[in-house]
Design a protein around this ligand. Structure first.
Ligand code: CMC
Length: 424
């Protein structure tokens, strides 16, 4: 596998560690043997640690590159559609025309939820956050398909993938419908994936919903751009949960929970909350000053990224789509969007942000598009989760199809050494 070695000195001991190369990207030093020398590596936040081997997605944060199975995200966003990207992530290759048609048809055959699942929605408080509902309902899918959850069975894994891809839009839209007290709208299989999602969100039983093709295309791009992103917090959570042999629905529910936080998938919702808090272009300078103040926890939401330190290639595509959607809807003068544009301009020029390479990320623009389409902010992370499900599933599937061990990180213990329980 490799002849190259890194040498680590610990005290008087010299330890040889193998070095491996991927197809592209940094080499890795295999530290697995270190435990035999009585030391662990220490890397909170996994800043320098590759936790697995994977052939799905590649990111070069310095160059602003994102590849799915080798294909650049910009090309996929321009030429592909979300379901084809799902197939690519899952299977490793783009489908032939025949495979593509079969895949689209198969997904359409799974869009309905078991009717008993309606009861789950009704068990939630009316004002529940849709992410809370989604976490619960997706986890509950395992209660409906328990006879087809053998993780060692490839065919069962395929069916689970189809079910998840097909049912997530129905679940997401029903979370919304429940929260506004409207009847659930059933999927329509004559529509495309994104058109169908929009009709389940905005349609009502008493009217025929006609999807706007520009908005449906923008939704499809949002889905493509969120489909996968390598070993981020939620994907790593799904892998860790899956490493114990947990069923895929439970693993995806754990990914949804991890995505919810404002530093990850919750950022698109946080962007709009922040724009509303800023309220007016005249207040921007005060908020920029707060973002720079080390004693103030406020951060400019939608700016910065752990991996992209040049630009976020997804943000480029999203920025273009945002302009298309705003002009289609005649919203170029919307006050919140004016604040967003001014913020973007200041952050791209201000020394603090330029020096730290804090560029607008995908969530900055996706939040603006979703708001323009009329989707409430509480649904933003739900839509992210829906699109990312294929990424989570593909990583889980890759892991369980190969050799894997239960994930079990170690720690640097700083608590009390052993001591005796006080005598009473
Ligand atoms: N506003 C103001 N300052 C910031 C921001 C921000 N949004 N992000 C980072 N910084 C500063 C930070 O204070 C630090 O400054 P200094 O070096 O002077 O101490 C420096 O930039 C580096 O920050 P960091 O926290 O070490 O960076 P990180 O890689 O750990 O965090 C991040 C990445 C995305 C969590 C962070 O940039 C952030 O909180 N951004 C806002 C939330 C957001 O938009 N998240 C969505 C990420 S994209 C979606 C996804 O892929 O999940």
């Amino acid at each position: 596998m490799t002849d190259r070695k890194a040498t680590l000195s610990v005290g008087n001991e010299s330890i040889e560690l193998p070095i491996y190369s991927g197809t592209v990207g940094p080499d890795v030093i295999d530290v697995r043997g270190l435990v035999q020398n009585g030391v662990f590596t220490y890397d909170p936040g996994f800043v320098s640690t590759a936790a697995c081997e994977s052939a799905i997605t590649y990111i070069d944060g310095d160059e602003g590159v994102l590849l799915h199975r080798g294909y650049p995200i910009e090309q996929l966003a321009e030429h592909s559609d979300y379901l084809e990207v799902c197939y690519l992530l899952l299977k490793g290759e783009l489908p032939t025309a025949e495979q593509n048609k079969l895949f689209h048809d198969t997904i359409k055959n799974h869009t309905m939820l078991h009717d008993q699942m309606r009861n789950f929605f009704h068990g939630f408080r009316r004002d529940a956050h849709p992410m809370a509902i989604m976490c619960g309902v997706v986890g509950a899918l395992s209660a409906f398909y328990h006879d087809q959850m053998d993780v060692t069975n490839e065919h069962q894994r395929d069916i689970t993938a189809h079910r998840l891809i097909a049912k997530m839009p129905t679940i997401a839209a029903w979370c919304y419908k429940y929260s506004i007290g409207q009847p659930f709208v059933y999927p329509r299989n004559d529509l495309s994936y994104s058109e169908n999602f929009l009709q389940m969100m905005f349609g009502v039983p008493c009217e025929t919903y006609k999807p706007n093709p520009i908005l449906a295309k923008a939704m499809d791009k949002i889905f493509i751009l969120h489909a996968d992103h390598e070993q981020n917090a939620s994907t790593s959570t799904v892998r860790l949960a899956g490493s114990s042999g947990a069923n895929p629905y439970a693993c995806i529910a754990s990914g949804i929970a991890a995505l919810w936080g404002p530093a990850h998938g919750g950022a698109n919702e946080a962007v709009l909350d922040m724009l509303a808090e800023i309220g007016d272009v005249s207040n921007i300078d005060a908020f920029i000053a707060r973002a720079k103040d080390k004693d103030d926890p406020f951060r400019l939401m939608g700016f910065g990224h752990r991996v992209y330190k040049n630009f976020d290639p997804r943000a480029k595509v999203m920025a273009e789509t945002a302009h298309e959607v705003l002009s289609e809807l005649g919203l170029e003068n919307d006050p919140l969007l004016k604040i967003a544009q001014r913020l973007e301009q200041i952050a791209l020029e201000d020394e603090y942000f330029v020096k730290r390479k804090l560029y607008p990320n995908v969530d900055f623009y996706s939040g603006i598009i979703l708001k323009a389409i009329g989707i409430p902010t509480s649904m933003f992370t739900v839509i992210f989760a829906m699109a990312r499900t294929i990424g989570w599933f593909s990583h889980w599937n890759e892991m369980v199809s190969g050799d894997y061990r239960i994930g079990r990180p170690r720690q640097l213990y700083t608590g009390s050494p052993a001591r005796d329980y006080p005598k009473k």
